[in-house]
Design a protein around this ligand. Structure first.
Ligand SMILES: N[C@@H](CCC(=O)N[C@@H](CS)C(=O)NCC(=O)O)C(=O)O
Length: 202
């Protein structure tokens, strides 16, 4: 099984860390969707990272769908999502916020890096920045009220930390670390664990 994509993508990184914690063996191929577009398109013509090639040749994409596949197949003690409805709803709300923060960060980065400077649409950047900071504020509030302290991170904890590290890599002047102390502390703690260190962001 092969996981294709760079670890500076929060989507690729959350899949790598999740598969590792679920005990799934895979080979990581760090292909860029930009500089290795041609090579990537031979594996997945849609050129989306992450792409996962299963042993039977099936090609999956989208981090949540890939993780869901393995979460469904894994036995209860290994699962990364809670089984009870209330806890599951809380975890899914957190995941929604963290994934929205990743999406808004990517939109801002692409707006600045891919669009010609004269075509930059500031109202859009302002809207997306507001959405990004709103997601961070919600996550920070949640983590301040209920810190995630377990030895084995669950899916919400993984994605929160991966999302934060991505935002700090890409937009540290927009998402100011001191404004979100609980989120920062959470990510700093998980980034020191062996499983996070096995898949470094940069
Ligand atoms: N919702 C998707 C988002 C994946 C995504 O947008 N990946 C970026 C890399 S961070 C990508 O493939 N960008 C190239 C493109 O969209 O053309 C997921 O969870 O996997």
């Amino acid at each position: 099984m092969k996981l294709i994509g760079m670890l500076d993508s929060p989507y690729v990184r959350r899949v790598a860390i999740s598969l590792d914690l679920l005990g799934i063996e895979f080979k990581h191929e760090p292909l860029s969707v930009f500089s290795a577009f041609e090579a990537f398109s031979k594996i997945n013509p849609v050129v989306k990272a992450p792409t996962l090639v299963l042993d039977d040749g099936s090609v999956l994409m989208d981090s949540t769908l890939i993780i869901d596949y393995f979460e469904t197949l894994s036995a209860p003690p290994s699962k990364l999502l809670p089984q009870k409805s209330q806890e599951l709803a809380t975890a899914l709300r957190t995941l929604g916020l963290a994934l929205a923060a990743c999406e808004k960060t990517v939109q801002i980065v692409y707006e600045h890096n891919l669009r010609p400077a004269e075509k930059l649409h500031l109202p859009w950047v302002e809207r997306v920045t507001g959405q990004l900071l709103a997601a961070c504020a919600e996550l920070d509030k949640q983590l301040a009220a209920q810190p995630s302290l377990g030895a084995r991170p669950d899916q919400a904890a993984i994605t929160n930390a991966v999302a934060w590290s991505f935002m700090q890599l890409m937009l540290p002047d927009v998402v100011k670390a001191d404004d979100f102390p609980a989120l920062k502390a959470h990510a700093v703690r998980l980034e020191q664990t062996d499983v996070f260190k096995r898949y470094p962001i940069a």
